[in-house]
Ligand binder design. Sequence first.
Ligand SMILES: NC(=O)c1ccc[n+]([C@@H]2O[C@H](COP(=O)([O-])OP(=O)(O)OC[C@H]3O[C@@H](n4cnc5c(N)ncnc54)[C@H](OP(=O)(O)O)[C@@H]3O)[C@@H](O)[C@H]2O)c1
Length: 334
Amino acid sequence: MGVLSVDDLELVPLPLEALVAGEVLIESQWLSVDPYMRTRMQAVGYDYLNRDGMGKWLPGSPLSAWGLGRVLESKYGGVVPGDWVVGHLPAASHGVLALDSPAGSLAPLVFHGQDAPPLAWLHQRGMTGFTAWLAMCHYGRLRPDDTVLVTAGAGAVGSLAVQWALAGGARVLASAGSVAGREWLLSLGVAGVLDHSRPADFTEQLARLAEEGIDLHLEQLGGATFSAAIDAVRPRGRVVLCGLVSQYNGSDPRRAPHNLRRLAAIGAHLQPFVVPGHEAVFWQPFQQQVAQPPASEFRAPLEVFDGLESWAEALCGLLVSGRRRGPGKRVVRL
Ligand SMILES: NC(=O)c1ccc[n+]([C@@H]2O[C@H](COP(=O)([O-])OP(=O)(O)OC[C@H]3O[C@@H](n4cnc5c(N)ncnc54)[C@H](OP(=O)(O)O)[C@@H]3O)[C@@H](O)[C@H]2O)c1
């Protein structure tokens, strides 16, 4: 499979299994689309997903997504119809979810009562918020005198990472593939914006904005922009490798940049990371910090697609540049 297209994904009716003890039937109300979903379709690599119980998506596999659903029936003690569940749900209008032995290391979060939990659980309090916090506050070891570069800065993880860096007092540069995305980044207060849809002159764009180089880089795209950022890292600087989305549609989606060795030569630190495996230790500290200023005041827009039938288009469009309707986290409202 090369470039993922809507024709590769099919909306089909599936039978619902009868509930057994420990399970709930949910009606999905919101579902996320995320770049890592494309990596679940790669035959080779990304084995951490298997370790975490999430598994590969082979032809014919039903899909799943971080989302928000309402409980219709329950065979799990303490959870009743009308309660809400946030977590990895079947990418379907309805699904059966095991609450006693969930896939993945973060158990679904249950909210009791008639009021839906805030949509912040889809983004800044959920997985993309957790990723941005791990990247910038934990692995990035952000300092106020840093010059920071964030690629894919107008997207879900990037936009929150940018705001953590701004809140930490750093001088922040960020890239987006559209004029609207770059204008939005400037409205957040970044010192300069770059166009990553022009990888050929990304080095020059960066040199103009950061003559003396960068201290901390958050990489999300891969390819020429990653190489340009590595060339701009200062001695003993830090690079946090969060993702390589520009390569996910290829057959070899984890190509190392040609100049990776420069980091060793200048004593810089490279920290690749994936979120699975961090939940047990870091989820609670993250939740404490994200619920209070500055994070509680971050701008965290949702880019909403409507209807389950739009889920495929929403996912495919996330894997190419310049197909955003707006900044922030892309989600589907059912
Ligand atoms: N390490 C982890 O555990 C973890 C967790 C979550 C996410 N991630 C990674 O973080 C990155 C961002 O994820 P996200 O959820 O926040 O997505 P996102 O930034 O909201 O969406 C991806 C954006 O990347 C840009 N892009 C996509 N394909 C591109 C291409 N071929 N060339 C250039 N730009 C391209 C597009 O923005 P423009 O339209 O502005 O170009 C697109 O909207 C991804 O690499 C993802 O895999 C990692």
